[in-house]
Design a protein around this ligand. Structure first.
Ligand SMILES: C[S@@+](CC[C@H](N)C(=O)[O-])C[C@H]1O[C@@H](n2cnc3c(N)ncnc32)[C@H](O)[C@@H]1O
Length: 266
């Protein structure tokens, strides 16, 4: 399956920034304090692995991803990490993990399920490898919550093409809203699903600018693929960049984005 953002260094760096920037929201209500063996599925470059270790320094973490390029970057990043002995990075397809049943106390999934054709199969696989009483936490996108002001038509157009193309290649930019159904189908108990969000305006100009820069880069990371597919033109990419600059320069601009978090117990 195609991966819309690509695996180049700029995109990998974006994941390190994103995990630190959003960590209080992504890890809100995540309580793995009593969990020793944590499985992180779709770990990418190990950006959330760093946060997992920060928050749960006692844990043994097994982090899997289907991309050798992402794992190579993760291993490089952890070469000098003081807790590197607590982390294993393993090449694996999330829907077919090689771990025996009942191997882990917790599963952490973040920004993965939008990229796969049958997300429920991955949630079932997570359930299989968890011990009884083990916990799952998922953070996943819901891209139609995206809002910027002043109105920016090219951002809206590129967002539509991004979502529509992801849908065409069997991903799901709205997968977050369905997490409750996946956890229920996979037989998790005590399921809770709730939105998480970021909202910035002139009351915090530094974070607003940082988030807008991040979002501009996220949009641009998909641009080469959208250009190749003739969904957008080079002139539209230029206009997209201009609109982001207008937003950043406007004292009263606003940006809001919400995604979904789901929690369950085996
Ligand atoms: C947007 S990245 C998120 C990485 C990390 N969770 C984070 O928040 O920084 C999505 C990752 O999912 C991985 N991925 C996609 N399909 C996968 C699959 N079937 N099995 C394992 N990993 C997969 C990609 O290689 C990519 O590294």
């Amino acid at each position: 399956m195609k991966y819309l953002h690509g695996f180049n260094k700029k995109e990998q760096d974006r994941l390190y920034f994103q995990s630190q920037f959003l960590k209080e929201q992504v890890f809100r209500n995540v309580d793995f304090h009593a969990c020793r063996d944590i499985l992180e599925i779709g770990c990418g470059v190990g950006a959330q692995t760093e946060v997992l270790l920060e928050k749960f320094p006692h844990a043994q973490i097994t982090s899997v991803d289907a991309s050798e390029a992402q794992l190579a970057r993760a291993k490089e990043r952890f070469k000098n990490h003081p807790r590197k002995k607590q982390v294993k990075f393993i090449l694996a397809d999330a829907k077919n993990l090689k771990f025996p049943a009942n191997s882990f106390d917790a599963v952490f999934i973040c920004w993965l399920l939008e990229h796969v054709p049958k997300p429920v199969d991955i949630v079932k696989e997570a359930n299989r490898v968890l011990r009884i009483g083990g916990r799952i936490v998922c953070n996943e996108v819901l891209n139609n919550t995206y809002f910027v002001d002043p109105y920016s038509p090219m951002i809206q157009k590129v967002l539509f093409e991004f979502n529509d193309y992801q849908w065409e290649i069997a991903g799901d930019p709205f997968v977050g809203a369905k997490l409750g159904i996946f956890l229920d189908t996979a037989k998790f108990k005590g399921i809770t699903v709730m939105p998480a969000w970021v909202h910035f305006d002139r009351r915090d100009l530094i974070r607003r600018k940082e988030f807008m820069d991040h979002e501009r880069d996220l949009f641009l990371s998909a641009a080469p693929e959208l250009l190749k597919e003739k969904r957008i033109t080079p002139a539209e990419v230029k206009e997209l960049k201009r609109e982001w600059e207008v937003l950043k320069a406007d004292k009263d601009s606003v940006i809001f984005y919400s995604w979904m978090q789901a929690f369950g117990v085996k």
